[in-house]
Design a protein around this ligand. Structure first.
Ligand code: ATP
Ligand code: PAF
Ligand code: BAL
Length: 281
């Protein structure tokens, strides 16, 4: 596996594949790779002969009081994992390579509707940062297909909408959330949990499973179910940000009884902010 950090080196490599008419799959990440990321790579390998991964901790998607400076950076271990999974090219740009005029002065991509509410109520500007960096990666790599995790459900919806609205010829693949044995969604930020918090953390997934079961079996008002789930999390020691039942594609609020929906939650536990979701149908 080759690692390149400059836009010129990236373009030189991918243009050869493009000229030969060979398909390219892209897996964007922020590094500190775990089995969830590697599952995306495995999916990418099934979709194209050339797999490009990227590692970039994108300042534009972090709020002023978030963990940009402390975000775990483990490049050597990441390189070994990606090489072992058959990634051909790793792109590791620095901030000037991604934002030549500076992150503050970059042209940005704003995706309406699916970007609103849920995580963006608690991370204002986050999805503008995500759409902007993913848009730039798409233009640099020009992949035929790009692979993202369903764990970041709203992010996946934002990227699908961006590609659709802008008419880019890129297929967006979602991969099911990879979980620890106790149900906790794998995430680089799980390492911020101490032992006691780590024991509590799977309750986020369990609460969403209970919510899905209640949606399927009860006639209870959805707003009541959302409130009950938040209370369960608070009682267990979480500080819930939201628990919401939304339409599976548009992410708009749904009336009670709608089954084409997804339950989504974000909650703080100690120093970690955990997110999770389950589709009802
Ligand atoms: N458990 C998981 N299962 C499937 N995909 C995942 C999982 N965790 C992350 N991904 C996907 O990997 C890609 C890169 O995500 P990222 O580097 O932010 O990892 P992360 O572990 O989710 O980190 P963070 O804790 O910062 O959210 C995204 O498409 C994300 O949805
Ligand atoms: C898609 C992404 C790599 C863009 O920075 C990031 O938001 C992530 O890791 O999910
Ligand atoms: N996994 C989404 C990246 C972020 O939390 O900033």
């Amino acid at each position: 596996m080759e690692t390149v950090s400059s836009v010129e080196d990236l373009r030189a490599q991918v243009s050869q594949w493009r000229q030969a008419g060979e398909r390219i799959a892209l897996v964007p990440t922020m590094g500190n790779l775990h089995d969830g990321h590697l599952q995306l790579v495995r999916e990418a390998r099934l979709l194209a002969p050339h797999v490009v991964a990227s590692i970039f901790v994108n300042p534009l998607q972090f709020g002023p009081n978030e963990d940009l400076d402390n975000y775990p950076r483990t490049l050597e271990a990441d390189q070994q994992k990606l090489a072992a999974e058959g990634v051909e090219l790793l792109f590791t740009p620095d901030v000037p390579a991604m934002y030549p005029r500076g992150a503050e002065r970059s042209t940005v991509i704003e995706v309406p509707e699916v970007s609103e509410g849920l995580c963006s109520d608690f991370r204002p500007g986050h999805f503008t940062g995500v759409a902007t960096v993913v848009g730039r990666l798409f233009n640099l790599v020009q992949p035929d297909v790009a692979v993202f995790g369903e764990k970041d459900y709203q992010q996946l919806a934002v990227i699908r909408r961006m590609v659709d609205d802008l008419g880019w010829p890129i297929e967006i693949r979602g991969v099911a959330t990879v979980r620890e044995d106790d149900g906790l969604a794998m995430s680089s930020r799980n390492q911020y949990l101490d032992d006691q918090e780590r024991r509590i953390a799977p309750l986020l997934h369990q609460t969403l499973e209970q919510l899905v079961s209640d949606i399927r079996t009860q006639k209870t008002d959805y707003r009541v179910l959302e409130k009950q789930a938040k209370e369960t999390l608070s009682q267990a020691g979480f500080t819930p940000e939201y628990v919401e039942i939304r339409h599976a594609e548009s992410l708009q609020p749904v009336a009670s009884g709608e089954l084409n929906c997804v339950v989504l939650a974000a909650a703080r536990l100690g120093a970690a902010r955990l997110i999770d979701n389950i589709c009802v149908e």
